[in-house]
Design a protein around this ligand. Structure first.
Ligand code: GDP
Ligand code: MG
Ligand code: K
Length: 296
């Protein structure tokens, strides 16, 4: 492998509940997965897993809450949706033979407008009778600006390799976003920073999440408790004020919610300490920042 040929990118998996996203992830990533926890499926978590090979790194993510009915979507959640769509190098839209576009028209519109290549994956074709697959394909290609359509059966492992190939074909040449060596050693830090980040996304208005990065400064696992110290980086001191909030209320709320999510995720008591730091212009060096979760 050389710097010049290594591919890396973000793949956003989108689809209604029960279409088979988790089953697909397992079939797709299988033993090649560096980090994933079954517990991750139960949290409203953004990163699903990373797939590393000598020549590539695929970062799979989903968008928590994206497909909830509109009235349940907070404004902050919608900005999260936008961010994760814009961030993606490839979108994998998963559906099955039975789902419809009901309640997700807005997300479909955003997806179609994003300019990001979309792989339309139709799952559960093992259940197809008569011309059901044909009808389903027709239905979805009318609605989604897909680059290509891939009928699969996640449970029967049918056509899974093709998805991987289609992703790799569209992945940009780029160095790995996450240190491949470190990842296997310290995935907990990675998950911890992503969980805290998600709470920042759901608690503040658009500008703040865009200007924030989280680094795990300390992660100490003891017998009955995990002690985590997180640094929250912002660009300006005014943003620091917003993050902390009046009498520290806002940050306290984020801290409580994050701690609860961390405890669910790690299945252990968590002591979480947060510090807000102003770091000018970190956005100019975004790639480096994506690694914040691992840096000391
Ligand atoms: P998610 O909510 O999108 O993550 O969906 P899951 O992966 O949890 O799957 C939902 C249900 O669909 C489970 O009962 C799966 O076993 C089932 N399922 C997933 N993929 C297939 C498939 O290819 N064929 C059939 N027949 N069932 C599937
Ligand atoms: Mg799932
Ligand atoms: K790590």
């Amino acid at each position: 492998m050389t710097e010049k040929t290594h591919k890396a990118g973000f793949v956003n998996i989108i689809g209604k509940p029960n279409v088979g996203k988790s089953t697909l992830m397992n079939a797709l990533v299988g033993e090649r997965l560096s980090i994933i926890s079954s517990k991750a499926q139960t949290t409203r978590h953004r990163i699903l897993g990373l797939m590393n090979d000598e020549n590539y790194q695929i970062v799979f993510s989903d968008t928590p809450g994206m497909l909830k009915p509109k009235y349940e979507l907070h404004k902050s959640m919608m900005s999260f949706v936008n961010l994760s769509l814009e961030d993606a190098d490839v979108i994998v839209f998963v559906t099955d033979l039975f789902e419809t576009e009901d309640e997700i028209q807005e997300v479909i519109e955003k997806m179609n407008a994003s300019g990001v290549p979309i792989l339309l994956v139709i799952n559960k074709i093992d259940l197809s009778k008569d011309n059901k697959l044909e009808e389903t394909t027709h239905y979805w290609t009318e609605r989604i600006k897909a680059d290509t359509v891939i009928p699969i059966s996640a449970t029967e492992n049918f056509n899974i390799e093709r998805i991987l190939q289609e992703i790799l074909d569209r992945l940009p040449v780029h160095p790995p976003y996450y240190d491949k060596e470190e990842l296997t050693d310290r995935p907990e830090r990675f998950f911890a920073s992503e969980i805290i980040r998600e709470k920042i996304f759901t608690n503040y208005k658009k500008e703040i999440p865009y200007s924030t990065e989280v680094a795990i400064d300390q992660f100490i696992e003891e017998d009955k408790i995990i002690r985590i110290r997180a640094l929250i980086f912002v660009e300006r001191s005014s943003q620091k004020g917003i993050i902390i909030g009046e009498k520290g209320k806002a940050l306290k709320k984020v801290g409580t919610e994050a701690r609860e999510a961390l405890e669910t995720f790690f299945n252990k008591k968590v002591f979480l300490e947060t510090h807000v730091k102003v770091e000018d212009d970190w956005r100019k060096n975004k790639n480096k920042l994506r690694k914040f979760g691992y840096d000391q």
